[in-house]
Design a protein around this ligand. Structure first.
Ligand code: AKB
Length: 342
């Protein structure tokens, strides 16, 4: 008998860290894949970890031989800023990588006679508002509004949302046995910017939030790359993990959409700086906007409408802004950089 497992791609990333710890505590058997060796602190939490590329079809084929995969959390991707330095490579990893995983999920579903759950984190980068005026007027945007991304990463995320919908509902729709073969159970959350106390993101454009806090805790000056009035929706990592798990566990019958917005709070960058400076006395934060990265953030909405998630799977973040900073981010980040931890 092959072991029943949860597969996590991009396991070394920010979401991977939180998700592995959560699932390990629930005694799930986890197979983790990443292009780099799994973080030492996570190794004891997983059944096995593999250094490899999601573009490597032989590696993915081997996984199927060795494991019965019930749930896939496909986290691997190249984020928005990094993707702009090599858009074609980003496309290969973000889109072809997702296609490989979806194909693997179909194959597994057919073998098992049961739909494999495919949990996919999309992003506010899937939106593209045309101007700052439009951004201000749009308010809370729904999943179907303003989906005209301006970054390769955003285009990739939006397209993969659609690929997931296709694999979940229409894959090989002309085949004779198409109605009897189980399809993939594709479920997607569109995340806002994420802030974790444990890890610092790399290569994103919403990174100014977490970077500012971590720099202040380390006693380092920080040059914020967006204007003080820049407003985006954010969420803390425990709520991001909660969203993925709650959607994964949701009753399929209640799901009316394949893609759901989730969010928590939406400060502007000046507010983030004020909170950071109040928590870390003497923190040096200057605003030195990078006009090109600013232009990307200006196309992302100030807020998103997550009422469908609230309605369909009882989504509700545990942390509002005050609670997130006071009870999670500030104490945990302070503790992370305390001298006794060095
Ligand atoms: C990025 O900035 O690229 C990500 C995202 C908003 O998905 N953090």
């Amino acid at each position: 008998m092959r072991e029943e497992v949860v597969l996590i791609t991009g396991a070394n990333g920010e979401i991977g860290h939180g998700l592995i710890r959560y699932l390990a505590e629930k005694n799930s058997s986890i197979v983790a894949i990443d292009v780099n060796p799994l973080d030492k602190s996570l190794r004891s939490e997983v059944s096995s970890w593999i250094v490899g590329d999601i573009l490597d079809q032989i590696l993915l084929g081997r996984l199927v031989v060795e494991h019965q995969i019930r749930v896939i959390y496909h986290l691997a991707s190249i984020l928005s800023t990094k993707a702009e330095y090599n858009p074609e490579t980003a496309h290969r990893i973000n889109v072809e990588g997702t296609l490989n995983l979806l194909r693997l999920a179909v194959e597994q579903s057919n073998w098992q006679g049961n739909s494999v759950k495919f949990i996919y984190p999309s992003s506010i980068a899937a939106y593209g508002l045309a101007s700052l005026d439009e951004k201000k007027q749009a308010g809370k945007v729904k999943e179907t509004q303003f989906t005209y991304p301006t970054t390769m990463y955003g285009c990739n995320k939006l397209y993969c949302e659609n690929l997931g919908r296709y694999y979940g509902r229409y894959y090989r729709q002309l085949a004779a046995d198409s109605s009897t073969n189980p399809s993939v159970d594709f479920r997607c959350v569109r995340f806002p910017g994420l802030i974790s106390a444990e890890t610092i993101p790399t290569g994103g454009t919403s990174d100014y939030g977490p970077e500012m806090l971590h720099a202040a805790a380390k006693g380092l000056p920080y040059q914020c790359f967006v204007r003080p009035d820049t407003r985006l929706p954010f969420m803390v990592m425990p709520d991001a993990i909660k969203a993925l798990i709650t959607l994964q566990e949701a009753d399929k019958e209640r799901l009316t959409q394949d893609v759901y917005n989730v969010t928590s709070f939406n400060p502007d960058a000046e507010e983030l700086a004020e909170i950071t400076q109040a928590a870390f006395q003497g923190a040096q934060i200057e605003f030195e906007p990078d006009l090109r990265r600013q232009k990307i953030v200006d196309t992302w909405p100030e807020d998103v409408d997550d009422s469908a998630a609230r309605q369909d799977w009882d989504w509700k973040p545990d942390y509002d802004q005050a609670h997130a900073f006071r009870d999670y981010l500030i104490p945990a980040i302070r503790n992370r950089y305390a001298p006794s931890h060095e």
